[in-house]
Design a protein. Sequence first.
Length: 276
Amino acid sequence: MLSSTPDEAVIRPRPLQLGIGLKMYFDLPRTREWAQQVRALAQSHPATLQGTVRLWVLPTTAALESVATILADSPVAIGAQDLAVADAGAFTGETSGITLTQLGCRFVEVGHAERRSLFHEDEEIVRAKMTAAVRNSLVPVLCVGEASEGSPADAAAECVRLLQSAVADLEEPTEVIVAYEPVWAIGAAQPASAQHIEVVTAALRGACDADPRLGAASIIYGGSAGRGQFAALPQTVDGLFVGRGAHDVEDLRAILDDLAARAGGISETTAQGSAT
């Protein structure tokens, strides 16, 4: 029986989220090298050590086992960039949620704009993948975003619609991370404006808090996200979903500092300075 109300959901503490989607930029040796660097950073940074920031990475499927081994017993969780709608069967080239769980995945990305456009995944497929993720105890990272730049109000309406469509078949309360990624900002020189992001994420926050299944949801921003951005974002944003902005681990260190400041933590540089 559910005991929370929408008002209670608003005040429930949520850890800040920092997700990194590697897409297919790195080959296997480069992925392993990068994962080693991320492990070292996470084992020394106060934000990850204290749990004020929840750090997770999504490498290619082929690299999952290697990355899982490297990041074992560290503050970094792993996830996959996609999953099959089915758990087993004649699905050439697919990877089931069962296998992802066995590989140590905690998260899985669902509904990214590239999957929707390049691989023609429609809302029915996204809905089925959400169900498959939850069925296999994976936290879905649901990507929503408007296709073209327009008014914040129109963007908010479209993103809430995409969210509600994606979760329509979920039956029980579950953890979901909603990644707002305006399609027109992915890979662009500049992210969406803070005011635009505030309107959309506030609408997504309201939709989640009004749905008893989604009260624990986190709302994060992606789409040319990177260092120095988080401080300007509104309180309706619970973290970042970054890509190339985290390829350089020093940039990732700066992003962790940015999130730690919001969470009331201290940067790694500050921690080192106070110890000397």
